[in-house]
Write a protein that binds this ligand. Structure first.
Ligand code: CAA
Length: 260
């Protein structure tokens, strides 16, 4: 695969997509989005990949959001296309049947934060900074920020962040529940890799079903969500991996899961 704007690597069950436009703080142009979608398609079809890391090149940014320079003269129809493009990317991450870790190495602003919030888990460097900053250029979040941020942090803080456009540091983001953990900058890449490798060792079917249940359960009533969970529980219980997990527990060893 010939990518120009991302770096795509696979090893030890972990696929890493690195947004590689550091001169523009890894802003998402149409071409960047298309390349990430292509990589996600490959990941979907590669059963050796169990976990995905999405990160940014350089020390300064995960992504500073949608490409502002492409917004000159943008009309309503073009803006709708831009919104749909980001939505497609965010849904592809959210619906991928493998866990995605956003590794926030620096700024995650506007669409950058929206993409990160579509990932399953977020690990931030202590130097990372986050914000829904669209309001500062006279815009609103268009890649799900008004919805996913609100679901993550509640209405009070979501309104504060979206209406003021302020940028918060990694510790504040952790406190609000936007990121799962904050890691010292000098250990960041290593810590993210270890986190991903630990996830890759879990039972893939159980991980896939748990991810889907948590995502889908948000949009339906509790009883329907519990019914879905019950069915998912049955599916996961029918895997060879459950038998391996139970056997490993009894034999006091680490399980070796195969995704079957
Ligand atoms: N789009 C295009 N280029 C961008 C960019 C973006 N979102 N963010 C930064 N860049 C470019 C800058 O224009 C600059 O390029 P030049 O050297 O050619 O001028 C380069 O990246 C470095 O940026 P700065 O010189 O601005 O770096 P800084 O350290 O002074 O500031 C920053 C860093 C605070 C992140 C600042 O760049 C900034 O505020 N960026 C915009 C962030 C933003 O508002 N994002 C939201 C975009 S809209 C959106 O995402 C809508 C949506 O919901 C999908």
């Amino acid at each position: 695969m010939d990518f120009k704007l991302i770096i795509y690597e696979k090893s030890d069950g972990v696929a890493t997509i690195t947004l590689n436009r550091p001169e523009a703080l890894n802003a998402f142009s149409k071409d960047v989005v298309e390349e990430v979608l292509l990589a996600l398609e490959d990941i979907k079809n590669d059963e050796n990949v169990r976990v995905v890391i999405l990160t940014g090149a350089g020390e300064k940014a995960f992504s500073a959001g949608a490409d502002i320079k492409a917004m000159i003269g943008m009309n309503a129809l073009k803006a709708r296309e831009l919104s749909l493009m980001g939505e497609k990317l965010c849904l592809a991450l959210e619906n991928l049947e493998k866990p995605v870790v956003a590794a926030l190495n620096g700024y995650a602003l506007g669409g950058g934060l929206e993409v990160a919030m579509s990932c399953d888990l977020r690990v931030a460097s202590e130097t990372a900074k986050m914000g829904q900053t669209e309001i500062n250029i006279g815009l609103i979040p268009g890649w799900g920020g008004t919805q996913r941020l609100t679901r993550l942090v509640g209405k009070t803080k979501a309104k504060e962040l979206v209406l003021t456009g302020k940028i918060i540091d990694a510790k504040t983001a952790e406190h609000l529940g936007i990121v799962n953990m904050v890691v010292p900058a000098d250990k960041f890449r290593e810590a993210v890799r270890q986190f991903a490798l630990d996830l890759a060792a879990k039972a893939p079917v159980a991980v896939k079903v748990a991810k889907a249940l948590i995502n889908k359960g948000e949009d339906i009533g509790l009883e329907s969500a519990l019914a879905l969970e019950r069915e998912g529980f049955g599916v996961v219980a029918s895997t060879e991996d459950l038998q391996e997990g139970v056997k490993a527990f009894m034999e006091k060893r680490k399980p070796l899961f195969k995704g079957k």
